[in-house]
Design a protein around this ligand. Structure first.
Ligand code: PLP
Length: 456
């Protein structure tokens, strides 16, 4: 039961060598000589092509992708409509810099984003507007610039386990020293960290609203509510371990921001574009941020990012105050328009919910049987397994690494995350076919069971 995706890549796992194979190893030797060791790779199987949810490496192995290039190819690899839009646009106008000569694609992407992104409206706000950048970190950084300008305040509130990027400001906002921050300081000032809602590790029975009060009480004491430009939060934390805050946490943050004249910035870089079963994760509780930061899944695999917010907030910045050479380049905008069309037309949000149900149906029983699994959590097709030493909540990064390595050897690409490196995360392309997911889940379940029942 295998199908050929429209990309021509057979949707089937197939191993013809060990992983990585000899050709990958040869490329790796070249890489080691030419590419700094500061840039790592999870699985050094070098890719030649990819289609749908299958990666083809240079040795001819076909791997099932449960990572989507870190939540980027939500529409699947090399989606034919995205590929065609890119080719057509590259031949017509590849680059002009929007700040020099503008073009329709940038405008059309912003129109689309302002229609779909959840943004709080106020009386006489002049509508919703957007701006485009290159990376998630740049989007977050620009959201903070806008919030500071619009409020005339300096302080930025972020949370434990947060990940917002690797630029100087976003390193300051990110919560994990290794590998993201260590030795790269001094960091930007006026960034204040508050405790996150983390139901597994919070006191039993703590509600989302109580967790928000705990965080905001810290902010009120240590910063002062009237100093806060913005509270920046991932509606479900990504790198930090797919931490889903308790219901009520985000609404209470939103309420506090409204009451205190601070802006709520939702970092939907990883959660956006149908990943969690809604177009954006904030929509699950009907939370309306003031500014939304977007990237990863926005353009079907091409580098694009954006911020969306009320016109009165974004337009508070002086003319020429935001921008960049490549931001919203014509080719990536064409890709984004094609990807957004696919996401909506093919209802990939519903597909994400179905994938999530299929994944949790397999993983939840394992969590019941195996004491090393503290929790299976997530929403839609953003699912994680948190591994701990049995009988404790102590992180078990060794098992996470061992399970992931076993999956890689069997041709299934899995990723690890979490502040403690102890969380396996699944982010399949939302177009993944059931038979392929089932095969990947068989591999994963076997890897989990054998790792957690031997040598411990
Ligand atoms: C990946 C990520 C970023 C950074 O995006 P880059 O494109 O790597 O700069 C920021 N925030 C979140 C939540 C992310 O997952």
């Amino acid at each position: 039961m295998t199908t050929q995706s429209e990309t021509g890549v057979e949707q089937r796992r197939r191993l013809v060598t060990e992983i990585p194979g000899p050709r990958s190893k040869a490329l790796h030797a070249r890489r080691t000589a030419a590419v700094t060791s500061a840039v790592g790779s999870t699985l050094p199987a070098y890719l030649e092509r990819a289609g749908g949810a299958v990666l083809v490496d240079v040795d001819g192995n076909q791997l099932i992708d449960l990572g989507s290039g870190i939540a980027v190819v939500n529409v699947g690899h090399a989606h034919p409509e995205v590929a065609a839009a890119v080719a057509e646009q590259a031949a017509a106008l590849t680059h002009s810099c929007f700040m020099v000569n503008p073009y329709e694609g940038y405008v059309a992407v912003c129109e689309r984003l302002t229609q779909v992104a959840p943004v709080r409206r106020t009386d006489g706000d002049g509508g919703v507007k957007a701006a485009l950048f290159n990376s998630g970190a740049e989007a977050v950084e620009n959201a903070v610039k806008v919030a500071r300008h619009a409020t005339g305040r300096d302080a930025v509130v972020v949370f434990d386990h947060a990940y917002h990027g690797r630029t100087n400001l976003t390193m300051a906002m990110t919560a994990k020293a290794m590998p993201y921050k260590r030795g790269f300081g001094p960091f930007a000032s006026e960034v204040h960290r508050a405790p996150m809602s983390y139901p597994l590790r919070d006191p039993e029975g703590m509600t989302g609203e109580q967790a928000a009060r705990r965080a905001l009480a810290d902010v009120e004491t240590q910063v002062g509510a009237d100093q806060v430009a913005c509270v920046v939060v991932e509606p479900i934390q990504g790198e930090g371990g797919f931490i889903v805050p308790a219901p009520g946490f985000l609404p209470e943050l939103a309420r506090w921001c409204r009451e205190n004249g601070a802006l709520l910035v939702a970092d939907e870089v990883q959660t956006g574009f149908a990943r969690t079963g809604d177009l954006f994760a904030c929509q699950d509780e009907g939370v309306l941020p003031d500014v939304v930061a977007l990237a990863k899944g926005i353009a079907g695999g091409l580098p694009l990012a954006g911020i969306v917010g009320r016109a009165e907030v974004l337009d508070a910045v002086h003319g020429g105050g935001l921008g960049g050479t490549f931001g919203g380049n014509p080719v990536v905008c064409a890709a984004a328009l094609a990807a957004m069309e696919v996401i909506e037309r093919d209802d990939l949000a519903a597909a994400a919910r179905r994938l999530g149900e299929r994944i949790t149906a397999v993983l939840r029983p394992l969590a019941t049987d195996l004491p090393g699994i503290a929790e299976v959590r997530g929403r839609g097709a953003m699912v994680a397994i948190e591994l701990v030493r049995p009988g404790t909540l102590d992180p078990d990064p060794t098992s996470a690494a061992a399970i992931s390595a076993a999956c890689h050897a069997a041709g299934v690409v899995t990723l690890v995350c979490g502040t403690g490196g102890n969380v396996l995360r699944l982010l399949p392309p939302l177009t993944m076919e059931d038979h392929l997911l089932d095969d990947a889940l068989d591999v994963l379940s076997t890897a989990i069971t054998s790792t957690l029942t031997t040598d411990r």
